[in-house]
Design a protein around this ligand. Structure first.
Ligand code: SF4
Ligand code: SF4
Length: 373
């Protein structure tokens, strides 16, 4: 059967408009019961990176969560909401700050559903995933439509990284800092924890140096829904103006036959994407998009075209998030801002991703500047 992805327009986050768009997207795919068994226990996982309000386009909008909760309630489901944001670092209490700051806590309170911390985990293959996956019959994933400086896009597959317990995420970044290797880990997690349903919040999307405070919010006015995360990311990449096979997670998932990566074989229900005439997204400076070059050329090129994080001291509040998440422990405070030990830095950009103040920029090597990357 042909893989389907629903694409539905939604211009703003007014509660009724979002609810209608979520309902439309699921009816185009045959209704919610195609994906979720009535009366089942469901874990809903939004993308919650930082304690920032929805206007920053960093996190899944609370109204998207609310609409999904309403539909699950109508199915008589028991609902649990949770995520493992990267600011968790060594302090799980930080998660509560993220839940409050993103507006997710308020929605869960209003709707009377349980909001949990991913504090218990079970080793699955190479990584510990939240035990809520074991307890629930279904996972519903609610990613944000964003660029990502390491994986090019943050979509359906990447959102599942938050199922890994907080401190271990830092370990994975440390051990798999090469984008190709990190993408394989993301695909391992997808293979292990395939969501029954994914709805991508692309009403206010992000372009530029995503996925956090370095990116630029951009109105897109779209929701994407489906069960196949590879197909969803393929559609998302096409909307952004990127060849899907340049996205390493899509390439790896396609190699393992975990989903549909051929855009021509995906049936889009709802909007005709060609008619929407979407301007290509501005991509992160850090994405060198070298995947089509021979490996030896890639290696030589990468050794000369480099990117580094750097401190913007005037914006830094000395909150310490970057210091805690750095897998190489190569960040220290100085009187103003931070200092990075570049001899140890592996350019994983966890620091930039976790900075709530956009106080970490990306510096390019001379060759990267010369060739306009
Ligand atoms: S300084 Fe930033 S980019 Fe470098 S290793 Fe630490 S977290 Fe990663
Ligand atoms: S650079 Fe950002 S994350 Fe690091 S201490 Fe300063 S404000 Fe906090």
């Amino acid at each position: 059967m042909q893989t389907k992805v629903a694409a539905v327009k939604c211009d703003n986050y007014e509660a009724r408009a979002v609810e209608q768009a979520v309902r439309n997207s699921l009816s185009l795919l045959g209704g919610i019961s195609v994906f979720i068994k009535p009366g089942s226990k469901v874990l809903v996982k939004p993308n919650l990176l930082l304690p920032k309000g929805p206007e920053y386009a960093i996190t899944t909008h609370p109204q998207v969560l609310r609409a999904v909760i309403k539909m699950l309630k109508e199915q008589g489901c028991k609902i649990i909401v949770g995520d493992g944001p990267s600011v968790w670092g060594h302090y799980i209490q930080n998660v509560d700050e993220v839940y409050a700051g993103t507006g997710i806590k308020q929605v869960c309170q209003d709707e009377g559903v349980e909001l949990v911390r991913f504090d218990k985990r079970r080793m699955r293959q190479k990584f510990p995933l939240t035990t809520y996956l074991d307890e629930c019959d279904h996972l519903v994933s609610l990613p944000k439509f964003k660029t990502h400086e390491m994986t090019l896009i943050t979509g359906a597959v990447k959102n599942l990284f938050g199922l890994v317990s907080g401190t271990f995420k830092t370990e994975l970044h440390k051990n798999y800092f090469v984008p190709e290797e990190f993408s394989k880990i993301l695909v391992d997690i997808y293979a292990e924890a395939k969501p029954s349903l994914t709805i991508i919040d692309g009403i206010l999307a992000m372009e530029g140096d995503g996925p956090a405070t370095g990116g630029t919010p951009r109105h897109l006015g779209l929701l994407l829904a489906g069960a196949d995360c590879v197909a969803l990311d393929t559609v998302m990449a096409r909307i952004m103006g990127v060849n899907p096979l340049e996205v390493l997670t899509i390439k790896e998932a396609a190699r393992r036959k975990l989903g549909e990566s051929d855009f021509s074989k995906i049936r889009i229900e709802g909007e005709d994407l060609n008619q929407l005439k979407i301007r290509p997204f501005i991509l992160p400076k850090n994405s060198t998009r070298l995947t089509n070059l021979p490996p030896l050329v890639q290696k030589m090129f990468k050794s000369l075209v480099r990117y580094y994080p750097y401190s913007l001291p005037l914006k830094c509040t000395h909150c310490g998030h970057c210091v805690k998440v750095c897998p190489k422990q190569c960040i220290a405070f100085k009187r103003r801002g931070i200092i990075i030990d570049y001899k140890k830095c592996i350019a994983c950009f966890c620091c930039q991703e976790s900075c709530p103040e956009a106080a970490i920029g990306v510096k390019k090597s001379l060759l990267a500047k010369l060739i306009g990357l």
